[in-house]
Design a protein around this ligand. Structure first.
Ligand SMILES: [Cu+2]
Length: 322
């Protein structure tokens, strides 16, 4: 189940602690993290140093056998170590709450995109534009985007490290996230809630493009390029997550290997067999449960309506070439 991970966005730049941020909110989130980290280090070192110093200073010696016996308490000291941490905690709370609020209330003019998580892929739907994509979220730069997310099976979690946003995607309710990209580029999307065998391969790419490129993309869609069919098919094999369950070199996986599949007969669970031709492949992609291959579980997600005809043809051509 090898999967190419495009983690350029995570590794190329950024700091020791964080991948590069792509919005202004990321600076505020990171700022709070650094503030708490620095505060913790200062307090930790300060407390340890005082502790060691006091251990030494008030140790029992022959000259001073009961050095600490007459210490009871100090009201001033107790007020100081109660009030200063209280102020610090309130400040951290105020900082976190302020940013939490702005991160959870999308502006009214946000572009709404639906996200569907299922084992093991991400599907995106642009309701107003009537476009669906798999494994690729394309958004215009400098426009607030609101994601309304749901799952078709188990709990997943939508994680965009470069934007510092992550939220669970649940089967029985809708969750929301919003962000506004401030520069163009490609960013990695992860599933960060363990959801089964190919969880680690449940990846998608966020592509932030200019407004003009976005309009162009909406019109054309990903399957409308002039790319030769076998090459497009090869790309779709990873982009549409087929590779999480199908190998192309004959090695065993969750689903049957594609190597040498085309043009041969396969046995089905109902005892019959069928020739793997174009029609069977198209049906297997759109309605995988119509004919289930013997020895496998009917767990392949249905791709009906999310793939264009040219994309299906491309996959068929690619399978033929294996
Ligand atoms: Cu998942």
């Amino acid at each position: 189940m090898a999967k190419e991970v495009v983690i350029e966005s995570l590794m190329k730049s950024g700091s020791f602690w964080f991948p590069e941020g792509a919005t202004s909110i990321t600076n505020r989130v990171d700022g709070l993290f650094y503030f708490i980290l620095a505060g913790s280090i200062i307090l930790f070192v300060g407390i340890c140093a005082t502790l060691v110093y006091f251990l030494y200073k008030y140790r029992r010696t022959e000259a001073n056998p009961v050095a600490t016996s007459n210490i009871t308490h100090s009201t001033i000291l107790e007020l100081v170590w109660t009030i200063i941490p209280l102020i610090l905690c309130l400040f951290i709370f105020w900082w976190g709450y302020k940013d939490y609020l702005s991160m959870s209330t999308p502006p009214g003019n946000a572009l709404e995109i639906r996200v569907i998580g299922k084992k093991w892929l991400w599907q995106f739907e642009y309701p107003k534009e009537g476009v669906k994509t798999l494994g690729e979220l394309v958004v215009p730069v400098n426009r607030p985007i609101r994601l309304v997310m749901g799952s078709e099976d188990v709990i997943h979690s939508f994680f965009l490290p470069n934007f510092r946003i992550k939220r669970d995607v649940l089967p029985n309710r809708y969750t929301r996230l919003w962000f506004e990209a401030e520069r163009t580029g490609n960013f990695q999307i992860f599933c960060s809630e363990y959801c089964g065998d190919a969880h680690s391969a449940m990846l998608a790419t966020l592509r932030v493009v200019t407004e003009a490129e976005y309009k162009e993309w909406l019109k054309g869609g990903s399957g409308a390029s002039d790319e030769p069919l076998p090459e497009l098919g090869k790309r779709l094999y990873t982009k549409n997550a087929c590779n999480t369950c199908h190998s192309i070199d004959g090695s065993p996986s969750v689903g049957p290997t594609w190597k040498g599949m085309y043009g041969h007969n396969v046995s089905l669970v109902d005892g019959t067999s069928v020739l793997v031709d174009d029609a069977y492949i198209k049906e297997s992609i759109e309605k995988p449960n119509a004919k289930v291959v013997k020895g496998f579980q009917p767990i392949m997600p249905a791709y009906a309506g999310v793939m264009r005809e040219r994309e299906i043809l491309a996959l068929i051509e690619y399978m033929k070439s294996l």
